[in-house]
Unconditional design. Structure first.
Lengths: 353, 265, 306
């Protein structure tokens, strides 16, 4: 009897706790891992008297899947990259921004006003931009060529473990670049050739997995792999956090070209707190907050007004690539329909064989 | 002579198997005290990873989610499963093939099929009615679904093991079915209920796949958090949380041992 | 007259019994029906829908997803999914055989120990499975990574090339599966050994000279029900495993569970994922059915308890 009552009371109070939690004023932020300065979140919470709930993803497919399985009505802000923007818009997963609520949009650099992925920037506001490049252990490869051959040529790296990227489209792009078709290739023949290269590469004895950009750095630091792909900002962030482990780890933009990307802030179409989401976008686009963000995560800022407040490291490579390198950087193409399905079939083939 | 060598060989094999079973857990605990961020070198004793845990709100809320999920689902499953178990016993002479199939279904269904079915179902229900948004509630529902059969089977097998004349005696003693249930049935099957509760609790804590597919933004459990942390890159903090969970399991094992000893006496 | 009143009271009793059945069984049966049978049926329906431009199911109904599962796509036939299926079957087979090879002597050994030790020994076997499978798998990631003593040993023996670890690899996946499912085999085998009729064994020892023959004729058949129950408990979840290949396989060990999960968690193709789930269900039920048949034929009429 007594135990029954105890259990019933415990049950009741737990349910109460659970229901109370759900009622407060909150902003749900769905973001990449290691991409947001906790102090910015605290400042925002104080300014608007709101609690920010953060959830994280390591890849865009993961984010897209979560949005499709209920997330569209559970998150207020998402931070996808350029090539996922069109499919988010077309599937109706995001809503138009009310620009009157975001006066700080004036701070954004001109080149982001009318981007190819979202004409007129109707649905999106830029967050940060960066580069996906090759990262390697310079102690293992003192004379590493400035080329993807470090990854794809077994003669250049005959004996050390290496990892490919988790996101299929980026892998396909760099394979295309290495084969001379350019990073943003979309032709079926070029894709087939690249998929074949990826398949051969993944079946090499030293291949150690498909690893997303952030964890691949940890693997390099721990010696689990010696060559991998990552983002320029994450590289600097972890190098700064742990200089010893990253002493010999180097980042490069291969001469065959690679990916540049823009991550943007968007509001899901059924966001529970769209009003606050607009406030959040406006807050991030503030000159000083924008600079604080870049100073924290080491990514280039799309914020013109933030420029005077940026740390020096953000004004030179690899955050701001040299002009030569800049010319070799391309956006990942946005795929849809039959093209997307063809790509998916090829990528599935690479993963499963 | 031959028998003794066999026995000795088996004993050696037993100890090897124990090493196999506990080595991965021991390594996690050992490296959770490592001063360096490395799985290969132990550079010195340190509690720094545990200190980091304390300040991590996400881990604390994940811990609470795990607890709420396990307790609430186990209690619900206990009530529903107990009823089924009793019904199965009372009507065991009838043809209840359909019920047996229904009860075994959650047990034999692969985790992943279970998880994605629930997810796809909840998502479409939510699309049309606005109910059952992914979160703690959908996770509780899914967990209860896979716990019910285990509770029912445990209760059923306990009842089958009882002397049928006991039920006749109870009928004479207590007039109403409710009194009978309260004063006779429940106390009699109490051990079965306790072990069913603990099994349900363990199943809930052990589950990752089904929780993963039915969770929402604020309902991440510890396993989901750890999965996310592994996916983000192996950090020693995971060693520390995992070590704490292993510690909890070790305590539970010791308790069940003591409980067992007392039961034997 | 007397006859009819008796029938009446009996029929009332039958109604009462039916009501009783309804009240006791209905909540749970309904729960499982609504929250598992309906969702599974819905998932099966998804398999027959068209894959939308971004991977979500759409009308009209079609068999496309099954064609894709069989490997047919825009670019003609490709064997990727066949590889995945064969790899899943192979891993399941190897893991189950290894689990039996470890569990059989262990279960026997426990029954030969003193009664008061047995509960503790069983507990020791089961306790690791009380921790979450993500944590257990994480333990192996730590243990098998490059630079760890085990990997160094394997390099020295020439099993793996220099600079590599035992993880990630298909071997690590097998090891993870064996580790994960060992207790599920030990418990039913232990139950079978405990019930072992020693008189039969004694008689066999008198009849046949060699211990081998005694084992095959007197011991093994008696443990078969436990073995089959264990095989069901190991093979079915191993075949649909997602966590272990994902964490330990390193992109080379993809199994059917990953193929299915990727279609949902990677957001690429729900109908294909649902079709994969159907394939998994069919394999599960074939496995269960086969085990029952074998169990009935070999187990001396004793039903296999699963």
């Amino acid at each position: 009897m007594k135990t029954m009552t105890t259990i019933a009371t415990a049950l009741g109070s737990l349910l109460l706790v659970a229901s109370v939690q759900a009622q407060e004023n909150k902003l749900y932020l769905f973001n990449w891992t290691q991409y947001m300065d906790p102090e910015i979140i605290t400042a925002f919470e104080e300014k608007y008297d709101v609690e920010v709930v953060q959830n994280y993803y390591n890849s865009l497919p993961e984010m897209f899947a979560k949005l499709n399985t209920g997330g569209v009505s559970q998150y207020d802000i998402i931070v996808p990259s350029n090539y996922y923007v069109p499919r988010l818009i077309e599937t109706g997963l995001v809503q138009k921004l009310d620009k009157s609520k975001i006066p700080n949009l004036d701070n954004v650099m001109e080149q982001f006003d009318d981007p190819s992925y979202d004409e007129g920037a109707v649905y999106s506001a830029p967050y940060q931009w960066g580069v996906s490049g090759l990262v390697y252990n310079a102690a293992t490869f003192p004379d590493a060529p400035k080329s993807w051959s470090l990854m794809f040529d077994p003669d250049v790296n005959p004996s050390h473990p290496f990892a490919l990227m988790g996101d299929g489209q980026v892998n396909m792009g760099v394979a295309c670049a290495y084969l001379g078709h350019g990073y943003d290739c979309t032709g079926v023949d070029a894709w087939k050739e690249s998929a074949k290269l990826l398949l051969e590469t993944k079946n090499r004895e030293r291949f150690s997995g498909f690893v997303d950009g952030t964890p691949s750095l940890q693997q390099l630091a721990r010696g689990v792999s010696h060559v991998a792909m990552t983002y320029n900002g994450d590289y600097l962030f972890y190098k700064d956090e742990n200089p010893e482990s990253f002493e010999n780890i180097k980042f490069m933009i291969p001469d065959e070209g690679t990916e540049k990307w823009v991550d943007v802030m968007m509001i899901p179409s059924k966001a529970p707190n769209a009003e606050m989401a607009h406030n959040f976008i406006n807050f991030i686009l503030d000159a000083e907050v924008g600079a604080q963000l870049s100073n924290y995560n080491y990514y280039a800022s799309p914020n013109e007004a933030a420029k005077p407040h940026l740390d020096e490291v953000l004004t030179k490579p690899p955050v701001q690539p040299s002009e030569d390198d800049m010319e070799r950087l391309k956006f990942t193409p946005s795929l849809k329909g039959q093209q997307l399905q063809t790509f998916t079939q090829l990528w599935n083939e690479v993963q499963s064989r | 002579m031959k028998k003794r060598t066999l026995q000795r060989g088996l004993s050696g094999f037993w100890w090897l198997t124990l090493v196999f079973l506990y080595l991965p857990l021991a390594v996690v605990v050992f490296f959770s005290f490592n001063a360096a961020n490395s799985a290969a070198r132990f550079t010195g004793f340190s509690l720094r990873w545990y200190e980091r845990l304390l300040g991590n709100e996400q881990i604390i809320s994940a811990f609470w989610n795990s607890m709420v999920l396990a307790i609430v689902s186990s209690v619900l499953a206990l009530v529903i499963g107990c009823l089924i178990g009793y019904g199965m016993y009372r009507h065991r002479h009838r043809k209840l093939g359909w019920l047996i199939v229904l009860i075994y279904l959650p047990i034999v269904l692969p985790d992943i099929v279970f998880g994605i079915s629930e997810m796809a179902f909840f998502v479409s229900i939510h699309r049309y009615t606005g109910l059952l948004q992914p979160g703690l509630l959908t996770m509780i529902i899914s967990h209860v679904t896979f716990q019910i059969p285990f509770v029912a089977l445990i209760v059923y097998s306990r009842l089958v093991g009882l002397d049928p004349t006991l039920f006749e005696a109870a009928k004479d003693l207590y007039a109403t079915p409710f009194k009978r249930a309260w004063h006779f049935l429940l106390p009699t099957i109490k051990p079965a209920l306790i072990s069913a509760f603990f099994l349900s609790f363990t199943l809930s804590i052990d589950d990752f796949v089904i929780s993963f597919f039915t969770s929402g933004p604020e309902s991440a459990t510890l396993p989901i958090y750890i999965w996310g942390a592994i996916k983000k890159g192996v950090t020693p903090e995971i060693n520390a949380i995992a070590a704490l969970m292993i510690g909890a399991v070790a305590i539970a094992a010791l308790m069940s041992l003591l409980f067992n000893r007392q039961g034997q006496r | 007259m007397v006859e009819s009143s008796r029938t009446a009271s009996r029929s009332r009793a039958v109604i009462g019994e039916s009501q009783h059945l309804l009240f006791s069984v209905a909540p749970g049966a309904l729960w499982i029906f609504v929250f598992l049978v309906l969702p599974s049926l819905y998932l099966m329906a998804v398999a027959f829908m068209t894959n939308g431009p971004y991977g979500l199911p759409q009308m009209p109904l079609t068999l496309d997803s099954f064609e894709q599962l069989a490997g047919f796509g825009f670019l003609g036939w490709s064997p990727g999914n066949l590889y995945t299926l064969l790899r899943s079957l192979w891993q399941t087979l190897i893991a189950t055989v290894l689990v039996v090879m470890v569990a059989y002597p262990i279960a026997y050994y426990i029954t030969t120990c003193r009664v008061k030790w047995r509960a503790i020994m069983l507990l020791l076997v089961v306790v690791p499975s009380w921790t979450n499978q993500v944590i257990r798998t994480f333990g192996w990631m730590n243990l098998l990574a490059p630079g760890t003593p085990l990997s160094d040993l394997a390099q020295w023996l020439g099993v793996i090339p220099p600079n590599m670890g035992l993880y990630p690899s298909n071997f690590a996946v097998t090891l993870g599966l064996v580790y994960n499912f060992l207790p599920f085999m030990v418990l039913p085998l232990y139950a079978a050994f405990e019930k072992l009729d020693t008189a039969q064994v004694q008689a066999a020892q008198d009849l046949y000279a060699s211990p081998m023959r005694t084992f095959w004729h007197a011991v093994f058949p008696q443990t078969l029900p436990g073995l089959l129950a264990g095989t069901v408990l190991v093979a079915i979840p191993a075949f649909g495993m997602y966590v272990i290949p994902e964490l330990l396989g390193g992109g080379k060990g993809m199994m059917l569970g990953n193929l299915v999960a990727n279609q949902f968690a990677g957001g690429s193709n729900w109908p294909l994922g649902a079709a994969g789930a159907i394939l998994m269900l069919i394999a599960t039920f074939i496995g269960l059915f086969a085990m029952r048949r074998i169990g009935k034929r070999l187990g001396g009429g004793e039903e296999v308890v699963i």
